[in-house]
Design a protein around this ligand. Structure first.
Ligand SMILES: Cc1cc2nc3c(=O)[nH]c(=O)nc-3n(C[C@H](O)[C@H](O)[C@H](O)COP(=O)(O)OP(=O)(O)OC[C@H]3O[C@@H](n4cnc5c(N)ncnc54)[C@H](O)[C@@H]3O)c2cc1C
Length: 343
């Protein structure tokens, strides 16, 4: 275990916000984490504990007066292999995309469309990460955690995690209470590519790849290329990917809006609800490529807020609020941040 005091978080958040944490703990085993949590409480320390992964979905508004926890555990373990399925336990500290590459190399299929999503495996089970028609929840069976109040181990089934669109119980009633230590995945031995989303078919065609000969590695590389062309690289331009979730509105609201805006894109959710791309709403409000001080809206994708250099978390949050107010005024819709505000 490594404990650092007064630790800079600049390298621990992809927004590039320059703040500090009172303490930063990198632990190497579940035992170490449990011992730390118990000692923290036995010492009567009331300062907060916050578990992070790669910091790619965090916005620090100020210095963090507490202890940041981070897993350095790096293990991928097959727990069962039956019929078409392989069951794999993966530690939270593994970089998500390394896990996807490992699965593809092992001929375990399902995760290809989730290639190159930044962050670590633990957060995938908190955030229910998703892209190109796939979500982490499609493959998660259960999650191992340590209770940050008692140090006890607790397992959650996928059902108990209450997964929804970019959502889980860990973002609501269980928020901040549990450290995810392992995620259990079920992957398939059969490759069944999902190609109906985000221009994947067109991208394959452009690369001269025939669908019938497609390999999982080719699909992964295609997704990686599509993503690289669309999203800013956090090392060059601080960001946390999509800043807002796409709002889901009633069919009545949708009808009202689409009468006014015939070009409004949308996705059917069910009979009663329709999802509208937040990026489109923001673009219609004229924000694409615009800035407010050192905080900006990415020029190629209005859903992404960027740190133009030296912005504070509060400056990014202020831009977020202005955009929310403009979308509300123009469309009557509330858009909510996907990014976790800390502080
Ligand atoms: C360029 C870019 C593109 C992105 N594209 C996508 C995308 O396509 N799809 C998508 O879904 N997301 C996307 N994101 C968002 C981000 O990658 C995901 O939310 C990711 O899961 C965050 O992982 P992390 O390890 O960085 O978590 P952090 O940002 O460190 O933490 C996120 C949240 O999870 C909690 N947490 C993290 N690890 C643990 C743990 N082990 N135990 C308990 N709680 C924990 C934190 O407290 C926090 O609340 C993108 C981000 C960027 C910068």
């Amino acid at each position: 275990m490594i404990i650092k005091d007064n630790c800079s978080l600049l390298g621990h958040n992809t927004f590039g916000i320059d703040v500090k944490a009172s303490h930063f703990v990198d632990y190497d085993s579940v035992d170490e984490l449990q011992t730390f949590v118990r000692q923290h409480h036995d010492a009567g320390d009331a300062s907060p504990l916050l578990h992070i992964g790669g910091g790619s979905n965090l916005l620090f508004l100020s210095d963090f007066c507490g202890t940041i926890l981070h897993s350095r555990m790096q293990e991928i373990h097959v727990t069962a292999d039956e019929g078409d399925y392989v069951y794999v336990r993966v530690t939270a500290g593994i970089t998500w995309d390394d896990w996807v590459q490992y699965a593809v190399d092992s001929h375990w299929y399902g995760l290809e469309n989730l290639s190159l999503i930044p962050g670590e495996v633990g957060a995938s089970a908190v955030q229910n990460i998703g892209a190109y028609g796939s979500e982490a929840k499609d493959f998660i069976l259960f999650v191992d955690t340590v209770d940050l109040q008692t140090g006890e181990i607790r397992h959650f089934t996928a059902e108990e995690c209450r997964y929804g669109y970019r959502d889980s119980a860990f973002k609501h009633e269980l928020r901040g209470r549990y450290a995810v230590t392992h995620v259990h995945f079920r992957l398939s031995h059969s490759f069944r590519p999902r190609l109906d989303y985000g221009g994947i078919r067109r991208a394959l065609e452009e690369r001269g790849i025939n669908e019938t000969d497609l390999t999982a590695e080719q699909l992964r590389q295609t997704i990686i290329e599509i993503r690289r062309a669309k999203l800013p690289e956090p090392k060059e331009l601080g960001n946390a990917g999509s800043f807002f979730t796409n709002p889901v509105v009633s069919r009545e609201t949708f009808e009202r809006l689409s009468n006014k805006h015939s070009d409004m894109p949308y996705y059917e959710v069910d009979k009663e609800r329709v999802k509208i791309p937040a990026g489109w709403l923001i673009e219609q409000c004229g924000w694409k490529g615009k800035a407010q001080g050192r905080a900006g809206v990415y020029e190629r994708q209005a859903l992404v807020l960027v740190n133009l250099g030296g912005a504070t978390g509060k400056e990014i949050a202020a831009l977020c609020e202005r955009i929310q107010a403009d979308v509300k005024a123009q469309f009557g819709i509330e858009i909510a941040p996907e990014v976790n505000f800390i502080g």
